[in-house]
Design a protein around this ligand. Structure first.
Ligand code: ADP
Ligand code: MG
Length: 240
């Protein structure tokens, strides 16, 4: 579903991604961890071409992202993204936040878009908030709306960039629970997070990044119990 082969990226002269090799199969959940500034967000953003790569190849859902002939809008249709800050439109009701892209980007009829939106609001556990504004919701509820909004495009891939980092501790669990359900249902997911419990429970694989490289890729058990790379050992020891 996603293949990085020898990917490099520079911001000007700054070498932010170094020789990234990563293959993610359909239905896999890969959790990306690593220190701040190691390139996790940049790598994630390359997948929907919010950032372009400088060297190497990156294919997503069969599309070569570096090929001039690739229509990026087609690629993005299959990718939902959830950020640390929920990025909901404050002046729009929850339901309208969710139906906006299906109606305007995909041309789904309004009635159908609304029905679909309600299904996903039920899925994330807050159908009763449909007619509220984002400011009337807690952070955890807003993030669940953001997830419903991503799902409403019926993506094949969901990208999460620290989706719980801006939340109060008591709201983290409700968002992780929604993500766990998605994972169990077979969604292909790439998740940048500091929630190691989530990684242990849900990840098929953990990729550890440091200074622009994937230093280690392993099954969670292996990674948490016996990390091979010294930098991964150091990173994990600092979390305790
Ligand atoms: P992480 O998500 O692991 O914290 P990022 O991918 O956000 O790391 O950033 C990796 C490095 O690239 C950091 O040093 C950051 O300052 C730098 N960086 C990120 N975005 C840009 C940009 N648009 N221009 C220049 N440097 C950037
Ligand atoms: Mg980041």
């Amino acid at each position: 579903m996603i293949t990085f082969r020898g990917v490099h990226k520079y911001f000007g002269t700054f070498h932010v991604l170094k020789d990234i090799h990563l293959q993610i199969e359909s239905g896999e959940v890969v959790v990306v961890v690593g220190p701040s500034g190691s390139g996790k967000s940049t790598m994630l953003r390359c997948i929907n071409r919010l950032e372009t790569i400088t060297e190497g190849t990156l294919t997503v859902n069969g599309y070569d992202l570096t090929a001039k002939s690739t229509d990026i809008n087609l690629v993005r249709r299959d990718i939902g993204m959830v950020f640390q800050h929920f990025n909901l439109y404050p002046h729009m009701k929850v339901i309208d936040n969710i139906t906006l892209a299906p109606i305007h980007a995909l041309g789904v009829p309004a009635k159908e878009a609304k029905e679909t939106a309600m299904l996903y609001l039920e899925k994330v556990g807050i159908p009763e908030k449909a007619d509220r504004y984002p400011s009337e919701l807690s952070g955890g509820q807003q993030q669940r709306v953001a997830i419903a909004r991503g799902l409403a495009l019926k993506p094949k891939i969901m990208l999460f960039d620290e989706p719980t980092s801006a939340l109060d501790p008591e709201m983290i669990g409700e968002v992780l629970d929604v993500m766990k359900t998605l994972a169990r249902e077979g969604m292909t997911m790439v998740v940048v997070t500091h929630e190691m419990g989530f990684a242990k429970e849900v990840a098929d694989r953990v990729a550890f990044m440091d200074e622009g490289r994937i230093v280690e890729q392993a099954e969670p058990r292996q990674f948490f119990e016996q990390p091979a790379a010294e930098r991964a050992q150091l990173f994990l020891s600092r979390l305790l």
